[in-house]
Design a protein around this ligand. Structure first.
Ligand code: SF4
Length: 318
């Protein structure tokens, strides 16, 4: 990966589910149909259901081509980023364009809220993997956790994900994000599991807080409780392990690149291990670079579950 700061492309980021994932960002920062209390990007600034060509598809493809030609070889190209990617009205055109450039599988991480629209289901049909979210088992907790746009109802959202999963020929992994004292309890997890049974994905992935969240009251479920709750869900169920697994990856010796670190942290807070494995950097070099970025007030730290996470500051976004 070059040290160039791309506008729409980031990483490869260390993904607990996708290995090394080269991310494509389709919408402006925090443009989303939801405002989840656990969002690692902070509160939503543009809550909308308006689909539009937020950024030019051609420019995204140009950056991707450039990165692949420069030697980037991710396990997945993932469409995700700083908001809800299906809000981009050209997502189908983008996936078709990627398929013309490379055979690397394409994953789309979506909150699933727009899958009730036939055109969105059609546009995602050429992806290889789609990971929709389901974080609540009823309308009330859906509103508490996801704080959706008023035009989105819980039933419509669940039915949309179900309809998509039935018609999609690729793999669907349903991500369920559990919160301590909210959905991380048996009675609520059972309701979510009933919806998961209706959706019938290839796998269920249970996740919980491991990075700083939009609201401090969104807290992690213990690993032991996650394992217990996993038994309630149908089919193949994975409990996503924490970010410490990233530290086992091999790092190449390469000088730390401030622009790439800023680019990565603009999308998601990361631990030192996450930054190193995602960007292929050596930890000692990276520590020095992080110290410089902190001194310049372009990044800051926060603690969660006894880990230090680095995240971008307002100044770093400029
Ligand atoms: S977690 Fe995803 S769906 Fe929820 S507010 Fe953040 S970007 Fe939107």
């Amino acid at each position: 990966m070059s040290t160039k700061r791309y506008k729409y492309l980031y990483g490869p980021v260390p993904s607990r589910r996708l290995g090394r994932s080269l991310g494509l960002d389709l919408v402006p920062f925090k443009t989303c149909t939801y405002d989840c209390i656990y969002c690692q990007l902070g509160r939503t600034t543009e809550k909308t259901v308006k689909r539009a060509h937020y950024v030019p598809v051609g420019n995204i493809l140009d950056e991707l081509k450039e990165a692949l030609e420069a030697g980037s070889s991710p396990d997945y190209i993932s469409i995700a980023g700083s908001g809800e990617p299906t809000l981009h009205a050209g997502i189908g055109e983008l996936i078709a364009g990627i398929k013309q450039i490379t055979n690397i599988p394409v994953a789309c991480l979506t909150n699933g809220s727009l899958l009730f629209m036939p055109e969105v289901r059609q546009e995602l049909s050429c992806a290889d993997l789609v990971i929709p979210s389901l974080d609540a088992g009823d309308e009330q907790l859906f509103h508490y956790i996801n704080r959706p746009h008023p035009d989105i109802s819980f039933a419509e959202m669940v039915n949309g994900i179900t309809e998509f999963t039935r018609s999609f020929s690729g793999e669907v992994r349903l991500e369920v994000f559990l919160l301590s004292g909210v959905t991380g309890i048996t009675v609520e997890a059972k309701k979510i599991a009933a919806c998961a049974r209706q959706i019938d994905p290839d796998r269920v992935e249970l996740n919980t807080v491991c990075r700083p969240t939009a609201e401090e009251f969104a807290c992690a479920v213990s690993r032991r409780q996650m394992d217990n709750l996993a038994l309630l869900f149908p089919g193949k169920v994975d409990v996503i392990s924490d970010d410490k697994s990233e530290s086992t990856r091999e790092y190449s010796f390469q000088s730390a690149a401030g622009a790439d670190i800023i680019n990565l942290l603009a999308r998601r807070p990361c631990t030192l291990a996450g930054i190193c494995s995602g960007l292929g950097l050596h930890s000692q070099e990276t520590v020095k670079k992080l110290k410089t970025l902190i001194d310049e007030k372009r990044i800051m730290t926060s603690y969660i579950n006894h880990d230090i996470f680095y995240k971008i500051s307002e100044k770093g976004r400029l």
